[in-house]
Design a protein. Structure first.
Length: 206
């Protein structure tokens, strides 16, 4: 994943298992997410489903990634000196940061479910670069609409585990205000989410 680019990230539980069985599971994942991801990416939208999840993120700039990993590790593996801090090394470390998140959650999940062992998520998470304005717009709708798409609720406002609710707060964070501005204003953002869109281009639907 390259600096300053946006990606749709999605992953699934192994087989017929669930990633989240209780509200506490959802909350715990979000707390670990806040530990691992803000240093490498801005989160634009997200939705957690019982057996899969969707994220829309924008990777930090090259300078921000270098600063984050330099502060995080005394001796960066693969980035031990300034002349080795190339994009490929930063991409690898950024991907690893997401993998560390999923692994940390899995360890806690297995500890709670004492009879369970091994990986919880499919082997590698999927990611697709956002390559057009239309794709960016529609993927936000798709992520927030996912619980309706799968029949868990009839309205996106009824599903508690998505970022849609964050955009309804009176005081928005800068990144949330940026998304609202993308649609024009909060009313237009809400009206757009009430539409029934067709299949999003180049998206493997989950």
């Amino acid at each position: 994943m390259q600096p300053s680019k946006s990606y749709h990230i999605y992953t699934h539980a192994n087989g017929s298992e669930n990633l989240f069985q209780t509200d506490e599971n959802f909350r715990y994942f979000l707390s670990r997410y806040e530990e691992f991801i803000p240093g490498v990416a801005d989160t634009l939208a997200w939705c957690l489903m019982p057996n899969h999840l969707h994220l829309l993120v924008r990777i930090k700039s090259e300078a921000e990634l270098k600063a984050f990993f330099k502060n995080k590790l005394q001796d960066l593996t693969g980035l031990a000196s300034e002349d080795k801090q190339d994009l490929s090394g930063l991409e690898r470390l950024t991907i690893l940061q997401f993998s560390h998140l999923f692994n940390a959650y899995t360890k806690a999940y297995n500890k709670f479910n004492k009879k369970r062992r091994g990986s919880l998520f499919t082997r590698s998470f999927k990611r697709k670069e956002i390559t057009s304005d239309s794709y960016f717009t529609s993927i936000i709708h798709y992520i927030h609409h996912n619980p309706v798409h799968h029949g868990f609720v009839k309205q996106i406002t009824d599903w508690p585990w998505s970022s849609y609710h964050n955009f309804m707060l009176p005081n928005l964070r800068p990144i949330q205000q940026e998304i609202i501005n993308w649609f024009g204003n909060r009313e237009q953002f809400m009206l757009f989410h009430q539409q029934a869109l067709g299949h999003t281009e180049n998206l493997d639907h989950d």
